[in-house]
Write a protein that binds this ligand. Structure first.
Ligand code: 2AM
Ligand code: CA
Ligand code: CA
Ligand code: CA
Length: 258
C-alpha cells in the first residue's frame, strides 16, 4: 500500500472519532474563552480535538512536523520534510454561535507539495478530501473540475476583515462585478465551495497556514488557483492574504488588488 493510501486510512478513522466527540460535546455546555478579542474564541473542544489529532500524528508519524492553531504543534521554519497542518475546529465562532458551519481540517505536505488534505463539515456530515495525482472527493464521491468562470458569472465569498473598518477598498469593485457576495465564516468551507464550483472565488485577509493548506490542495487539484494578494504563490508558513479562485477570476482579482 502506498504511504498516501496508508495515511488516508488512519486519518479517516481519526477524523470520524474526532467528529463523533465534537457532536457529543454539543449536547452539553461548551467551555468558551476569549483569545485576543470577543471575536477570537477558543473552546475546550478546539483544544481537545487538536490534542487528540496531534497525539495520533506523533504516535504514528514521530518524525513529521506539525503546524497547528492551538499550541500542540511545533515551530516550523521551512517546508522541507513532511509537515502536517491541523485546524481542529475551523469556524469556532460558528461552532459556538450556530453549532454548525464549522470544519475539522488537516493537510499533509511533503517538501512543500500538498499530498492529501481533509475538510470535514461535521454537522452536514460532508467529508471532503483531496489526494495528489488523484482528485477531490466528497464522502467518497469524486468531484469534477468546475467550469473556469469569470467573476461576473459567479458568487464571491470574502472574510469579514475585508469589509467594515479595516476593509480593502479594491475588493468593493470585485464584489460589485460578481453575481453576489457570500460570507460563511469558515475558511475551510469557503475554500471547498470554490473547489466544488459553487463560488468562483474566496478572498480573505489574515489567514493562517492551517486555514489555507487544506483548501489550497483541493482547489488546485480541480484546476483553480490559490494566490497571495500580489498574484504570486502563497508563502504557506507566512501567509498574508489569500485568493482561492477559478483561473479566470484569480487573474482579475490579483490584477485589481495589486
Ligand atoms: P478559526 O475559526 O479557526 O479561527 C473566519 O472568517 C475564518 O477565518 C475562520 O476560518 C477562522 O478560523 C479564520 N481566521 C483566521 N484568522 C482569524 C482571525 N484573526 N479572526 C477571526 N477569524 C480568523
Ligand atoms: Ca481561532
Ligand atoms: Ca481556521
Ligand atoms: Ca480553528
Amino acid at each position: 500500500m502506498s504511504i498516501i493510501r496508508e495515511r488516508h486510512e488512519v486519518i479517516m478513522s481519526w477524523l470520524n472519532e474526532a467528529a463523533e466527540n465534537i457532536r457529543r460535546a454539543l449536547q452539553s455546555e461548551l467551555d468558551v474563552s476569549q483569545k485576543t478579542s470577543p471575536r477570537d474564541l477558543v473552546t475546550n473542544m478546539d483544544k481537545e480535538t487538536e490534542d487528540y489529532l496531534t497525539g495520533k500524528i506523533r504516535e504514528f508519524y514521530p518524525n513529521d512536523q506539525i503546524v497547528s492553531e492551538e499550541g500542540f504543534g511545533d515551530t516550523v521554519k521551512s517546508m522541507e520534510g513532511t509537515i502536517w497542518f491541523v485546524d481542529p475546529i475551523d469556524g469556532t465562532l460558528n461552532f459556538v454561535k450556530q453549532q454548525e458551519n464549522f470544519a475539522i481540517m488537516l493537510a499533509v505536505y511533503e517538501d512543500g507539495i500538498g499530498q492529501q488534505s481533509y475538510i470535514y463539515d461535521v454537522m452536514r456530515d460532508r467529508l471532503y478530501y483531496g489526494v495528489q495525482d488523484d482528485g477531490v472527493y466528497c464522502n467518497g464521491e469524486r468531484l469534477s473540475a468546475p467550469e473556469n468562470l469569470a467573476i461576473t458569472d459567479g458568487l464571491v465569498a470574502v472574510n469579514s476583515t475585508l469589509l467594515g473598518k479595516s476593509r480593502v477598498e479594491a475588493v468593493d469593485s470585485l464584489l460589485e462585478d460578481s453575481l453576489g457576495v457570500r460570507m460563511y465564516g469558515s475558511a475551510g468551507i469557503e475554500s471547498v465551495e470554490v473547489a466544488a464550483g459553487r463560488t468562483v472565488a474566496y478572498i480573505a485577509k489574515t489567514l493562517n497556514p492551517w486555514d489555507i493548506a487544506p483548501g489550497k490542495l483541493m482547489v488546485e487539484l480541480l484546476g483553480g488557483r490559490v494566490l497571495d494578494f500580489s498574484g504570486g504563490p502563497i508563502d504557506l508558513l507566512n501567509p498574508t492574504g489569500a485568493i482561492f479562485a477559478t483561473e479566470q477570476a484569480a487573474e482579475t482579482i490579483a490584477e485589481r488588488l495589486k
